[in-house]
Design a protein around this ligand. Structure first.
Ligand code: ADP
Length: 318
């Protein structure tokens, strides 16, 4: 039975699971990811908690869902004559706990380095001092990046950043990102190819959209192989979409559904915060757009981006 327009249902960021008595009849993609459910016949690690919640007859009843080895989730029960609908999201405690956990690691490293320099006398030796100060510099930069990205993500997701739409020519925007990242690419002999046509114009917030393009290109460089290639082109299938393709490490099929979740990292040996793609997705969502990924391990990854057109009459800028 189809109760909803599937596309709309799956585009919702909140998890929704619809039950008839105790049978799960509809579930959207966000709920599948949160509840770790692959199909409708198995309620997964949160089954006991979900079944307990379904016993209540109080509309808007809210409860923490706990699951075997899963993070606690917040669930709100909605009741109508026929169905029980459960709205699922990550709990505030989970988000706070995750962020604190991510911040603790670089902070511990900073503390160890400062202790080594200050308390254990490594600061007395010029060579050791230079080495530890260098490491301290790297750790403080990492910490600053993490805090800045966390703030960006929370502001964007809270909707507190207004967008200023204007016409944006994509080709020069890509070229600007290439110029910023060309040294990083050259270190690994990565070729940057801009095949975006001159007439590719989209309506976007220039600042936020530049961030999307730069971030995806930077990832395509960082997760590439030596002497690899990064290509941007208009999609063949849809002339309003464009693609960023790399010849790098690729992403395993099992990891693709989680790629836009914050702090998810699949190549731990390459330093990063795990927030870049979560920010990219949040900005594209704000534009009402879509981003999708296809990838093959050892061959490369392709991100496809679509930004809907809007009516606006402004001069073209890059
Ligand atoms: P970060 O790069 O800081 O770890 P991101 O959110 O940008 O965080 O990316 C999350 C994870 O997705 C990365 O750690 C990496 O494992 C994977 N990833 C992102 N982009 C690519 C890519 N172009 N090719 C392969 N893996 C990628």
């Amino acid at each position: 039975m189809t109760l909803f327009d599937k596309k709309f249902f799956n585009s919702l960021k909140t998890g929704i699971a619809v039950f008839e008595i105790e049978e799960l009849i509809e579930i959207n993609d966000a709920a599948k990811i949160l509840l770790k459910i692959e199909n409708k016949s198995n309620l997964g690690p949160y089954s006991n908690s979900l079944l307990e919640l379904l016993k209540f007859d109080e509309d808007n009843y809210s409860k923490q869902l706990t699951g075997v080895l899963g993070k606690p989730l917040t669930a709100i029960l909605h009741i109508n004559e026929k169905f029980k609908i459960i709205e699922i999201s990550e709990s505030f405690e989970t988000k706070l706990g995750e962020a604190s956990h991510e911040l603790r690691r670089p902070l511990t490293n900073v503390k160890t380095l400062v202790d080594t320099l200050h308390l254990w006398g490594a600061g007395e030796d010029p060579d050791a001092r230079k080495k530890f100060l260098g490491q301290l510099h790297t750790e403080v930069n990492r910490l600053t990046k993490l805090v800045e990205e966390l703030l960006d993500l929370s502001r964007i997701q809270a909707g507190s950043i207004p967008l200023t739409f204007q016409q944006v020519a994509l080709r020069p925007l890509v070229q600007e990102s290439f110029n910023l990242l060309k040294e990083q690419a050259a270190k690994n002999q990565i070729q940057l190819v801009n095949e975006i046509p001159d007439n590719f114009i989209l309506v976007a917030d220039l600042d936020k959209f530049s961030h999307v393009v730069e971030n995806l290109i930077e990832n395509a460089i960082r997760y590439n192989r030596s002497a690899g290639k990064v290509t941007l082109r208009r999609s063949k299938e849809d002339k309003n979409s464009f693609e960023i393709e790399d010849t790098g490490l690729g992403i395993a099929a099992d990891n693709i559904p989680y790629i836009f979740e914050r702090f998810k990292r699949f190549n731990k040996e390459i330093p990063g915060t795990g927030l870049g793609l979560a920010i990219v997705k949040a900005i594209i969502d704000l534009h009402g757009g879509k981003i999708s990924v296809s990838s093959e391990v050892g061959k490369g990854t392709r991100f496809s981006i679509f930004i809907p057109s809007r009516k606006i009459v402004l001069p073209v800028t890059s």
